[in-house]
Design a protein. Structure first.
Length: 196
């Protein structure tokens, strides 16, 4: 009877290279889908924040006889359209957002968009207390008054659910003009990618 010698055999170089190739191929397939999932998650978080902001506006309107608040377009720079004091829309709506300032922050507003002085390198949330631009021309008017004004200019009556109230200050979610680059919250509370 022959004695059998058990020898431990290691991996050959070719086997190791095949395993590395398979792992590389799998990573090449998975990484783009993980990146796309991260983008969708950021857009979803932004949409949720915009919905909360829309609810805060609705709460404000309920307590002010449906008259929209006054606020500055970019309060860190200028009080426009007001003349004396800059008003941050986030400060006006904060009591109606359960006192949570994070409602006004888009997770994609990271300060990596080029901005002029005095806000170079700052996120909109850091400088304006909100990542979302308020449609400041609404200030002091009811929605009905605003819609009548628009109708007098265009000759067309806009539906209330097609009228946006707030939107991303900039194209946080992609290249401008492409779907999903900028999010809007409308009067009826829905969030969409495009302005009507």
């Amino acid at each position: 009877m022959k004695s059998q010698i058990n020898r431990r055999r290691g991996f050959t170089l070719i086997e190791i290279l095949v395993v590395i190739s398979i792992i590389t191929i799998l990573l090449g397939i998975l990484l783009p889908s993980l990146s796309a999932a991260r983008v969708r998650a950021t857009q979803t978080a932004c949409a949720n924040s915009l919905r909360q902001t829309g609810l805060a506006i609705r709460s404000y309107l309920d307590s002010s006889n449906d008259v929209f608040p006054y606020a500055s377009f970019m309060p860190s720079v200028d009080p426009f359209p007001l003349t004396d004091q800059a008003i941050y829309i986030a400060e006006v709506l904060l009591p109606h957002a359960a006192g949570d300032p994070s409602v006004f922050e888009c997770p994609a507003d990271r300060g990596d968009i080029a901005r002029p002085a005095p806000n170079e390198g700052k996120s909109y949330f850091a400088s304006e207390k909100s990542s979302y631009e308020y449609r400041f021309r609404l200030g002091g008017e009811t929605l009905e008054e605003v819609l009548k004004r628009f109708q007098s200019f265009t000759g067309v009556r806009m539906a209330e659910n097609t009228f946006w109230l707030m939107r991303d200050y900039d194209n946080f979610h992609g290249i401008g003009g492409r779907p999903g680059a900028r999010r809007y919250v409308y009067n009826d509370g829905h969030v969409s990618d495009f302005e009507n």
